[in-house]
Design a protein around this ligand. Structure first.
Ligand code: DGL
Length: 279
């Protein structure tokens, strides 16, 4: 590749996608850790939630979104959704010729490094927990670790309703998490992009002896390392007036914008609607 072309390639954005707004917690971490990078975010707000859909459907949706992102074009993809990472990443990885990073492997890695007593809890959507993928990755890294999982399907709508600190969320979280309290875990993976937004509730219920893992942090770190290793990191800060972060959704741009502005403090100027079924 010519030097000029390589430089141009380095300045391309990273494509980040999720079933909706949850992946913004991952985008936020990428913004923090790699401040030169441009991001194109796609939230599949018309078809959320993915957590209760089948592997086939989530894989089809993920392929469509990647096809859309590649029209931008992007230099790498981050699957900022646990359910899509659980169901689609292994297959899609084999199909594309640009780097792609999911959130599950980094989360598993972080938990294995953090546990002292070898007992790790995982909470996520029905899809993620049902796939057993966190357990698989954790056991690949450390076969003697015990993994206890619990699907928490009501957490996503509670977060989407903005009930981040609310007695209703406390009540539901207490019911879901009680199973994980008495079994002696010392590490809990928040295996769904929405959960970091109710971190304080989860932390209070689990108690201070349980370390909460937010896979977003490790995902951004893995992305950074991968960009550097492949010479794909952007050495140039965004130019004045340049749109460093762009947002696309499949429906409800206004609602997305409001929600997104409460997660990301960089100011989301606009979100455009894309007819994702066309891709
Ligand atoms: N983003 C999804 C995840 O991390 C949660 C929302 C959904 O069910 O689509 O699994």
């Amino acid at each position: 590749m010519e030097a000029a072309e390589r430089q141009k390639n380095r300045e391309l954005p990273i494509g980040v996608f999720d079933s909706g707004v949850g992946g913004l917690t991952v985008a936020r971490e990428i913004m923090r850790q790699t401040p030169n990078e441009k991001i194109v975010y796609f939230g599949d707000t018309a078809r959320v939630p993915y957590g209760s859909k089948s592997r086939e459907t989530v894989t089809r949706y993920s392929r469509q979104i990647i096809r859309f992102l590649r029209t931008i074009p992007v230099k790498a993809i981050v699957v900022a959704c646990n359910t899509a990472s659980a169901y689609a990443l292994d297959e899609i990885e084999k199909e594309i010729d640009i780097p792609i990073v999911g959130v599950i492997r980094p989360g598993a890695q972080m938990a294995v490094e953090g546990t002292r007593n070898g007992r790790i809890g995982v909470i996520g959507t029905e899809g993620t927990v049902g796939s057993g993928i966190y357990t698989t990755y954790i056991r690949q890294l450390r076969p003697d670790v015990e993994v206890l999982s619990k699907a928490c399907p009501l957490f996503v709508p509670l977060v989407e309703e903005g009930l981040w600190q609310d007695p209703v969320t406390d009540e539901i979280a207490t019911r879901y998490l009680s199973e994980l309290i008495d079994v002696g875990i010392d590490t809990l993976i928040m295996g769904c992009t929405h959960y970091p937004l109710i971190r304080s509730t989860i932390a209070r219920i689990m108690g201070e002896h349980v370390t909460l893992i937010n896979p977003a942090y490790e995902t951004a770190r893995e992305l950074k390392g991968m960009l550097l290793a492949q010479g794909l990191d952007n050495p140039t800060p965004a130019r004045l007036g340049e749109a460093q972060y762009r947002f696309f959704v499949s429906d409800g741009a206004q609602r997305f914008k409001q929600f997104a502005n409460s997660i990301i403090k960089y100011g989301i100027l606009s979100a455009k609607v894309v007819n994702i079924e066309e891709y």
